[in-house]
Design a protein around this ligand. Structure first.
Ligand code: PLP
Length: 450
């Protein structure tokens, strides 16, 4: 990149330490600076307009210029810009949102706890699970099972539960007591001659075996995304969830559904738990809860989780946990308005309808020799690229996705490559013509890549 001195690019390279970026490479490549957004589009500092095919980071449900969210944030800023929920304090937006979340929960839930990011929510959940086991007089019941390629965030416990190598390597993770089981990706993990149904049974059996070998009395919870997002968009086999839940029930193990991506319509229902008939004890929410206009997260717990925790904090005198920004009034007001917009405009139905079109379009692209698999549900999907025999350099397996990403960007579509899987996760307001354009640009980009 040709970087002018004192330009935004030069200052970004000089001062800005980026997340999920190769720090060395950034000094050569420089940033893509996004300046504005409108609907499903964003525009960069050179005036190039892109379809934001990832909703930012799987998160902007209502598009990039929703005035109602701006207005509600501004009104709340003027009325009460900040308050907390420590020591019995509360405020209207936190109460209204908690009530709304319990009302729309996919299964009966009891209470909402507020946090600030998906990672922080999941980290807090680990502590709550431990606290509950202590409260129940089962201090040995602390281990948590997550899945290889699952993504639960980057704080110490959340990163440990994440099942991806670059979140562990050189960070001295995962921490003790976090275990990883099979990734339910049939295309990648299925054995020769194994049916999808048999693969689902094997995944459940792997968990059963792990619980048995660790000792069922030591395993407290299982955490999973209904559809894996950052690990490559993995939709499990049809009977997977039923089989997993039977194993967990057998050993009295809590189920945590991490709905940070799936929540608020992404899979064609308000929650992924409904799509897959999952009955979680704990449910994590973030991202689309505010369309990411405000950093915000929360989790819901049922009575089975809440009651022992409440009893224990009564004995101790106080629940020694909470965040200054938890349940922030501006974030809570934005979340409520965002959910109202999703309901009023029936964006969940739009996710199902446009989602079916997106999935059909991706499936059509599997006729291309560079595409190994199309997968997804609702408005979340992926194309797995496979390098042709004998290709090396930038077109070798593991590098193809980055090439495709650059080509798609040049063609006006922002995707995100997870190694060689290209992800698609457009805003829930996407229209039928937009979906067609996403598929057309992807097809054209595949032709350029070949
Ligand atoms: N859980 C899931 C399923 C996610 O996809 C993410 C982020 O992508 C997180 C947790 C972590 O959220 P955050 O980046 O807000 O910490």
């Amino acid at each position: 990149m040709d970087v002018r001195p004192n330009s935004d690019e030069a200052r970004d390279i000089a001062y800005h330490f980026h997340s999920y970026t190769n720090a060395e490479a950034h000094e050569k490549i420089g940033p893509l600076i996004i300046e504005s957004g409108e609907g499903i589009h964003v525009t960069d500092s050179n005036g190039n307009r892109y379809i934001e095919g990832m909703s930012g980071l799987w998160s902007v449900a209502v598009g990039f210029n929703e005035q109602r969210l701006v207005d509600v944030a501004s009104r709340q800023m003027q009325k009460l810009p900040y308050y907390h929920n420590f020591s019995h304090r509360s405020h209207g937006p936190a109460i209204d949102l908690a009530e709304k979340l319990i009302e729309i929960a996919p299964v009966p839930m009891s209470k909402v706890f507020y946090t600030n990011s998906g990672s922080e929510a999941n980290d807090t959940i680990v502590k709550m699970v431990w606290y509950r086991s202590n409260a129940l007089g089962k201090p040995e019941k602390k281990k948590i099972i997550s899945r290889l390629r699952g993504y639960h965030g980057v704080t110490v416990a959340a990163a440990s539960m994440t099942g991806l190598p670059y979140n562990h390597k050189s960070f001295d993770l995962p921490m003790e007591g976090i275990l990883h089981t099979t990734c339910p990706h049939y295309w990648r993990e299925g054995q020769d001659g194994e049916s999808e149904e048999a693969f689902a049974s094997r995944c459940a059996q792997d968990i059963d075996d792990m619980i048995q070998s660790e000792g069922p009395e030591t395993v407290a919870a299982f955490i999973a995304e209904p559809v894996m997002g950052a690990g490559g968009v993995v939709v499990p086999p049809a009977t997977y969830w039923e089989k997993i839940q039977a194993v967990l029930a057998k050993y009295d193990i809590l189920l945590i559904a991490d709905e940070v991506i799936c929540g608020f319509g992404r899979t064609g229902n308000m929650f992924g738990s409904t799509t897959f008939d999952i009955k979680p004890d704990i449910l994590t929410m973030s991202k689309q809860i505010t369309s990411s206009y405000f950093p915000f997260s929360a989790f819901m717990i049922n009575d089975r989780v809440y009651q022992p925790i409440a009893d224990e904090s009564g004995r101790i005198g106080v629940l020694g946990h909470g965040y200054t920004g938890g349940g922030h009034p501006v974030g809570a007001a934005v979340a409520l308005e965002n959910i109202k917009i999703i309901e009023e405009r029936d964006l969940v139905a739009n996710a199902a309808e446009r989602g079916a079109e997106l999935q059909a379009g991706l499936t059509d692209l599997t006729s291309h020799p560079l595409v190994g698999e199309a997968r997804g549900i609702g408005l979340i999907g992926a194309l797995e690229l496979i390098a042709p025999e004998g290709k090396s350099g930038d077109f070798a397996p593991g590098k193809l996705g980055a090439q495709m990403n650059a080509i798609m960007l040049r063609n006006g579509l922002i995707s995100r490559n997870m190694t060689d899987a290209m992800a698609f996760c457009p805003p829930l307001i996407v229209g039928a013509n937009d979906v067609r354009e996403i598929i057309q640009i992807t097809k054209k980009s595949l032709e350029e890549l070949a």
